[in-house]
Design a protein around this ligand. Sequence first.
Ligand SMILES: NC(=O)C1=CN([C@@H]2O[C@H](COP(=O)(O)OP(=O)(O)OC[C@H]3O[C@@H](n4cnc5c(N)ncnc54)[C@H](O)[C@@H]3O)[C@@H](O)[C@H]2O)[C@H](O)CC1
Ligand SMILES: [K+]
Length: 246
Amino acid sequence: MSTLKVVSSKLAAEIDKELMGPQIGFTLQQLMELAGFSVAQAVCRQFPLRGKTETEKGKHVFVIAGPGNNGGDGLVCARHLKLFGYNPIVFYPKRSERTEFYKQLVHQLNFFKVPVLSQDEENWLEYLKPEKTLCIVDAIFGFSFKPPMREPFKGIVDELCKLQDRIPIVSVDVPTGWDVDEGPISHPSINPAVLVSLTVPKPCSTYIGEKHTTHYVGGRFIPRDFANKYGFEPFGYEYTDQILKL
Ligand SMILES: NC(=O)C1=CN([C@@H]2O[C@H](COP(=O)(O)OP(=O)(O)OC[C@H]3O[C@@H](n4cnc5c(N)ncnc54)[C@H](O)[C@@H]3O)[C@@H](O)[C@H]2O)[C@H](O)CC1
Ligand SMILES: [K+]
């Protein structure tokens, strides 16, 4: 097990609350934009298009967005990927009714001509082919997931588990289905090729296979004092990078 500094699901939720509380005053939109932007950067770092053939460049990044803020990170990530020259498709089976903001994120994807598939898209797997898909972005659940998983997500995750030896999965913050603190407690479970921990890794990240999973931290939006208050050192991001390989 690594010696990486991690924070529990409870503490991660407290950090979020304080960042968006009255004293600091970030909005969810601001943090999500930076979170999604950093996931898009991690995809670029891991699967660069430079030097690739046109066929390779045309491959899809299949982004699966869940009903909460982890899903919102996925929607933002897809928009940035399009700007970076990738060909994202979003599968958003259960659209959040929480705020108008989620509808706006979908409008923005329409504006960028990024297809957004909905729950009635029974053939969603048709869009996912090893020869046509560069990677899958797993933005289904993050630090607020509580097992057991309900449908339609259980069925979706089971399909991803069958595909993951052939198409790499990039998990946002927490591999979907893993217990945030205890790791992969249910089977089958997602074994991501890439994990992008946001702000600070959660305890489940200590269960990734170090050879199989490349671990990045992203969500570069806290100063040193604030990190220290929560018991960790800030990460040594370089220059303007939004991600750091751990
Ligand atoms: N500071 C940061 O690092 C930021 C991180 N962000 C991202 O936000 C998520 C956490 O978001 P939250 O909305 O609290 O939760 P989730 O997206 O993980 O899930 C909530 C969603 O899921 C449903 N749900 C929970 N358990 C189940 C279940 N067993 N079956 C089915 N559905 C379930 C629940 O009802 C909700 O609808 C964090 O991980 C980051 O990715 C933000 O972007 C801001 C900054
Ligand atoms: K996830």
